[in-house]
Design a binder for this molecule. Structure first.
Ligand SMILES: [Zn+2]
Ligand SMILES: [Zn+2]
Length: 449
């Protein structure tokens, strides 16, 4: 009985180590019942080579049923020696396979079943251990992956919810208030309507309310009085600057629009978690330096890539670059501004990302006049982490999105600088600065008072 050889062949170890790796399986040597179904169908009939019963796969190197598989293993383990009670030529069938163990075992060997394919108890245990270790490793990998997967903490989710709500409260996408501004004039001479003064009044009230605890509200009133005086002086004198005025025909409307937007930015800032706990001085310093940037950011919501305009309702409130030049700004600001709007629009930010970016912009610790640098930096860091976690979670393909958003903040700095430059030269001219609102003068700086 040469097939009782007790030394496993050298490929044995390798073979059973590869048992759980289907890709390296060779169907001719597989001893388990796990055979790839297509292989099963293609090569061999599912008939037990020993007894003709329904086979369950390759067992110990031959296609057999479960019964003959167990019989062969038991016989080998027991090192059983059977004797045929007949003449050693019994035909084994499904029904009689129990009658002659000797002929059944001989048939097993004849069709190629091999003792070497039977694992010892230790080998079975080793194999089980290996399979278990693989499972454990896989579970560990999954756990690691899960742990690395970014998630939003409750605090972060709350911050996002707060900011989204703050934005909804301060950004009216019906733009219904725009008709309360001094009307836009795109051609012809400037018409001085009585509504201008009324508009100045209402905006002034709103602004002093926004800053009711700020030491600057006094200045606001002062500015406002100066403005009114200048307004009356100008009005009572003959029209000396009609031509000049007409070239800035959009200034009153856009000044009101910017003033209105500043109020909304202030409202938004006050709802950013942590902002109101800053000193009034720091709140003002942050707002003064970032207001125009946040306005540029939020205006992206109305920006239209098709015609490069800001569309805020009806045709009156659809703003082209040419409209902004009629408010005294030159292309040195407007060209990069439109480029910025296009780039930002193309980032396709989700609302959550949009509001986080505005809050991050507002809470930049490196603004002039900021006192509690560390505290503002900590608030901004929290917002940045929240934004990064949000992006990783909701923008799996947007690995560079955060970097691109931060680049937009850098772009805003140079836009801010150019805006300040142009604003300064405009506000130096009383006939133009008088068109501004007290809030605009207060926030962007007043050069005339
Ligand atoms: Zn069988
Ligand atoms: Zn027999």
């Amino acid at each position: 009985m040469c097939w009782f050889s007790s030394t496993p062949p050298s490929w044995f170890d390798e073979f059973y180590l590869s048992l759980s790796l289907p890709s390296v399986m060779d169907s001719s040597v597989v001893s388990t019942s796990t055979v790839a179904p297509d292989e099963f169908d293609r090569n061999v009939p599912r008939i037990c080579g020993v007894c003709g019963d329904k086979a369950t796969g390759f067992h110990f190197n031959a296609m057999t049923c479960e019964g003959c598989k167990g019989f062969f293993r038991r016989s080998m383990k027991r090192k059983a020696a059977f004797t045929c009670p007949f003449n050693g030529t019994c035909t084994i069938t499904k029904d009689n396979r129990r009658h002659c163990q000797a002929c059944r075992l001989k048939r097993c060997v004849d069709i190629g079943m091999m003792k070497e394919f039977i694992l010892t108890d230790e080998e079975v245990q080793r194999k089980k251990d290996i399979i278990q270790r693989r499972k454990d490793e896989e579970a560990q990998r999954e756990a690691d992956k899960e742990a690395r997967r970014p998630r939003l903490s409750d605090d972060q989710s709350q911050v996002i919810a707060t900011l989204v709500e703050a934005h909804h409260k301060t950004y009216d996408d019906s733009y219904s208030d725009f008709c309360r501004f001094r009307p836009p004039v795109r051609e012809g001479p400037v018409t001085r309507s009585a509504s201008r003064a009324a508009s100045l009044h209402s905006l002034s009230d709103a602004s002093s309310d926004s800053f009711s605890h700020s030491p600057e509200s006094v200045d606001t009133k002062m500015n406002f009085n100066n403005l009114l005086m200048m307004y009356h002086e100008q009005d009572s004198s003959p029209d000396s600057s009609k031509e000049e005025g007409s070239s800035f025909s959009m200034l009153p409307h856009l000044a009101d629009l910017v003033s209105y937007s500043i109020q909304k930015v202030i409202g938004f800032a006050k709802m950013i978690p942590g902002f109101r706990e800053l000193t009034a001085e720091d709140q003002i310093a942050l707002l003064k330096s970032s207001a125009i940037e946040v306005i540029m950011l939020r205006s992206n919501q109305s920006f239209n890539l098709e015609d490069m305009s800001w569309s805020c309702g009806g045709p009156d409130f659809k703003y082209q670059v040419s409209d902004v030049t009629k408010a005294g700004h030159s292309l040195e600001l407007l060209e990069p501004l439109v480029k910025f709007q296009v780039g930002l629009k193309k980032l396709n930010l989700q609302e959550e990302e949009h509001v986080l970016l505005m809050a991050i912009c507002l809470l930049s610790p490196d603004r002039p006049g900021v006192q509690d640098h560390a505290r503002i930096e900590a608030l901004q860091d929290q917002l940045s982490e929240t934004l990064q976690a949000y992006i990783q979670l909701h923008h799996p393909a947007g690995r560079l999105l955060y970097a691109k958003m931060i680049q937009k903040l850098a772009d805003l700095r140079s836009l801010n600088e150019e805006h300040s430059k142009q604003y300064r030269s405009l506000s130096f001219q009383p006939e133009h600065s008088m068109q501004l609102t007290p809030l605009v003068l207060e926030v962007f700086g007043s050069e005339v008072s």
